[in-house]
Ligand binder design. Sequence first.
Ligand SMILES: [Zn+2]
Length: 127
Amino acid sequence: MQGGKAIRISPRPGTFGAPDPEREAVLASMNSEAGPDVRRRFFELQRNRSEGVLSAPLEQLYEVREVPAEVPPRARVMASVDCAACGEPTMETRIRRLYGDLMCAPCFEERLSGRMPLDAPSRRPGL
Ligand SMILES: [Zn+2]
């Protein structure tokens, strides 16, 4: 299968700049007893910081580069089975069976671990 093109977008180190000592001090004093002046100053500093990031050129914040990409193989279409516990349609090759009940993986694990009540084994014909 032929490879395609893709881009990788990753944040540049130090995108948000060096820590601001005043902001750090105000943040440390933010608690239930902080007065309105402390809160007002914190939100002012926070807004300044946010505006700095939002107005920065994209190239300063993120590195954008082209990377080779392998196109995944064509997916096989499988039938779905409704999970006996949550009802979510689950690809038949991913379905799990516990005491005759067909379940999706999360429900299977939850029931097996005892976090979900374990029903008595069902005696349905054909199972
Ligand atoms: Zn389920």
